[in-house]
Design a protein around this ligand. Structure first.
Ligand SMILES: NC(=O)c1ccc[n+]([C@@H]2O[C@H](COP(=O)([O-])OP(=O)(O)OC[C@H]3O[C@@H](n4cnc5c(N)ncnc54)[C@H](OP(=O)(O)O)[C@@H]3O)[C@@H](O)[C@H]2O)c1
Length: 387
């Protein structure tokens, strides 16, 4: 029996993980769950799946009668989350937290020296080298859950990195890839949240609409697979059946296909190297029509930001991520317009002169310090756009 801890269990990745685990009760046992502030949903999950440990971030949630009369242990705050990760010492930790806020928990999970399934791409973008070094030090096994990175991970099994000619990241294109740029001015929060394929959390849905998600994924892929960003291409594939591809030096290409459902990569990560039933819909090839298009870099300048940040080097990816998080947050609060997101992110490259982009990180606190300074800068630039 393998024990599993799910961080960010009330979100889209967390819920899908619980669904997969429910298919494998004889081999996997979920022993802990965490969320930010959605205490009721967290408690309901714990009851439904008989989980005895939960952690809520939001310290304002005080003890309720439900808690007093329950045998569920409740941890609180980010220290509580770290404590729960250490106490549980689970065989597998799933990190489904959204955003840079997941860094501390990701690091704590890595320190357990166990298998860590990472959906939370932002920490990998911010300080991938640091996290991979820590994984080596603590001998933890990182397996990506992002469908594209899971696909690449699967395609690379049994192959040498030296034989890789390029990685082709598939991109569903979000809701606006084929819309005229003139229509971008009027895009509302609701339009941008309405992803045609995936039902995801708000942050990643906005990132998918601006294609900033793909930019973050280029950095994530470069970090995880040790491949130069110039060897990573993006192709628009609206059906998102092909999750991504690896072209090898002999010209052959391996890809991973399935119905677009995160349960596919979650079940792969849980069972690796074995395959588990995932519960996803099966494909019928005679009904499929697969299309691929070049992305429009003029409409989506965000696509070029990853390679620019990686070529400038140092901590530019962290700064880029911070500017994006501030921009998405302001857009979700309807304080800036959709097109302002692109403008605000582009200032990450101006801010680099006033931030220490070359500092080498030894601790998570140092990373969080630069992140805080970077977000502060982003908010100063944002004053030009907020209304
Ligand atoms: N959704 C997808 O299909 C998908 C695909 C690929 C990659 N990803 C990546 O996976 C991550 C999660 O995405 P998502 O769509 O599942 O997001 P989501 O639906 O917004 O869920 C985020 C989860 O994290 C929790 N959370 C937030 N801050 C936390 C903290 N400090 N400590 C513990 N839990 C915290 C939230 O709790 P509350 O409910 O209390 O707010 C929620 O459970 C993102 O980095 C995203 O880029 C997602």
């Amino acid at each position: 029996m393998k024990t599993v801890l799910i961080l960010g269990s009330t979100g889209s990745i967390g819920k899908s993980t619980l669904e997969v685990l429910d298919l494998h009760k004889e081999n996997f046992k979920c022993i802990g769950l965490s969320a930010n502030k959605n205490f009721q949903a967290l408690h309901e999950q714990a009851n439904k799946y008989s989980v005895k440990n939960i952690c809520i971030q939001d310290g304002s949630t005080s003890e309720t009668d439900i808690e007093k009369n329950s045998d569920i242990k409740i941890y609180r705050g980010s220290d509580g989350q770290s404590e729960m990760i250490r106490d549980m010492d689970a065989d597998i930790v799933v990190v489904g937290i959204a955003g840079a806020i997941g860094l501390e928990a990701t690091h704590e999970a890595i320190k357990t020296g166990k298998r860590v399934l990472i959906a939370n791409k932002e920490p990998l973008v911010m300080c991938g080298e640091f996290l991979l070094n820590e994984a080596k030090k603590y001998q933890s096994e990182i397996i990506p859950l992002d469908s594209e990175h899971s696909a690449i991970f699967q395609c690379l099994q049994g192959s040498s990195k030296d034989d890789v000619n390029k990685i082709i990241l598939c991109c569903s294109g979000g809701p606006f890839w084929d819309k005229k740029i003139e229509s971008f001015e009027k895009i509302t929060v609701q339009d941008a949240l309405n992803h045609p394929i995936w039902k995801m959390g708000e942050k990643i849905s906005i990132d998918s609409s601006t294609l900033m998600n793909k930019s973050l994924e280029i950095i994530e892929a470069s970090v995880l697979f040790g491949v130069d960003a110039n060897k990573i291409d993006v192709v628009i594939h609206p059906q998102h059946i092909v999750h991504s591809m690896v072209e090898f030096k002999d010209g052959s290409i391996l890809s991973n296909l399935s119905a677009p459902d995160m349960k596919a990569s979650i079940s792969y990560g849980l069972g690796f190297p074995k395959r588990l039933e995932s519960g996803i819909e099966r494909l019928s090839f005679s009904d499929l029509s697969l299309n691929f298009f070049e992305p429009d870099h003029k409409k989506f300048p965000t696509l070029d930001y990853a390679k620019k940040a990686l070529s400038l080097g140092g901590n530019l990816p962290l700064i880029l991520n911070s500017f994006n998080e501030v921009a998405v947050d302001l857009f979700l609060q309807e304080k800036i317009n959709y097109l302002d997101i692109f403008q605000l992110i582009s200032h990450a490259f101006d801010a680099k002169d006033s931030l220490d982009i070359n500092i080498k990180f030894d601790t998570v606190d140092e990373i969080l310090h630069l992140e805080a300074l970077s977000k502060k800068q982003a908010k100063v630039y944002a004053e030009r756009y907020t209304f």
